[in-house]
Design a protein around this ligand. Structure first.
Ligand SMILES: [Zn+2]
Ligand SMILES: [Zn+2]
Ligand SMILES: [Zn+2]
Length: 323
């Protein structure tokens, strides 16, 4: 069973996907994403694998309940992909060569474009959950793409702020934020190869990092070939820093924020990537507790300036050092 249920109080959709509970317990030594499994090509470098238990699908299943005026119900139409980063089971995105990460960026771009053209799809969300503490069950390096039939609320909020700022100043909010960070300088980790890397002033997570394209573009389709390679380098820069912080493979959520694909123009929106690592120190996790979950206010028990300094002194120190 899978459907969208409307919350009229928070004015947002909740996707129910009860069939995901039936996901089989796979044998411990078997991985569907490894060549030889019969589920993926024998020879691939990066690969789009259709999710076996998708939250969204085309055609979507019939909703299991009937909606009312207040309790709207919609079919969970959309696409859920798994993005396999490499055939090698025991590695991570951080450990892959820059040239290989560039292949991933090209795959993201191609798949984004395909999904963007689909009439049912309004928003293409590329992301990665990494690490058992984030709830990842498959250790094989992979990310995901969810193609939504609506614009997700967090992105909608960014769009609204950006539109308002654009309307009152004629400028891009994200470009202005970048300028402000640059002027201050204390939280900036790097700038170059087409991207700007910063622990944002308003970081919710201690080691939150935002990566913004220097050029004002709405989505990855607009990246030049040079910027694709730049992005690969800058991604690796951030991920290596994370792994070097405490000497273990650092868990994180990585999300790509791009303009909607509903056919409208979004001249005020600006492509960026956000990283939310759940660790606040070597052995302490940050949980989404009462204040975060109940009030929507994050409590960050460290200062962004301090964490940026820590990240800055963690190798690689410069973008050039990334191989
Ligand atoms: Zn595997
Ligand atoms: Zn901009
Ligand atoms: Zn964002």
């Amino acid at each position: 069973m899978s459907e969208l249920r409307w919350n009229p109080i928070l004015r947002e959709w909740v996707a129910t996907a009860t069939h995901r509970m039936d996901r089989p317990q796979l044998p411990k030594d078997w991985c569907p994403f490894c060549p030889g499994s019969g589920r993926v090509p024998e020879d691939y470098d990066v690969y789009i694998y259709p999710n076996d238990f998708p939250t969204f699908s085309i055609p979507p299943p019939e909703p299991s309940v009937e909606g009312t005026e207040l309790f709207k119900v919609a079919p969970s139409v959309g696409v859920c992909d798994v993005v396999l980063y490499t055939p090698e089971h025991d590695t991570t995105l951080a450990q892959l060569p820059t040239s290989h990460i560039a292949k991933l960026v090209r795959l993201w771009r191609r798949r984004f474009d395909e999904l963007a053209r689909m009439e049912e799809i309004v928003y293409v969300f590329i992301f990665e959950n990494k690490g058992e503490v984030i709830g990842v069950t498959m250790p094989h390096p992979h990310g995901q793409i969810y193609a939504f039939p609506y614009v997700p609320p967090k992105v909608q909020r960014e769009l609204d702020s950006a539109e308002e700022h654009y309307g009152s100043t004629g400028r891009c909010l994200f470009c202005d934020v970048m300028d402000e960070e640059r002027r201050d300088g204390r939280r900036v980790l790097a700038e170059g190869y087409g991207f700007f890397v910063v622990v944002p002033f308003y970081a919710r997570w201690p080691f939150e990092v935002h990566l913004t394209s220097l050029r004002h573009i709405g989505d990855i389709r607009e990246l030049s070939e040079e910027e694709v390679e730049g992005l690969a380098r800058v991604l690796k820069f951030v991920l290596l820093k994370y792994d070097n912080l405490y000497g273990f493979s650092f868990p994180y959520m990585m999300v790509l924020h791009q303009a909607p694909t509903d056919g409208k123009e979004y001249p005020h929106y600006h492509f960026h990537i956000e990283f939310y690592p759940p660790y606040r120190s070597r052995d302490k996790l940050k949980y989404l507790a009462g204040c975060e979950s109940g009030a929507g206010t994050f409590i960050n028990d460290s200062s962004a300036e301090e964490k940026a300094a820590h990240l800055r002194e963690t190798p690689p120190r410069t973008l050039e050092e990334v191989g």
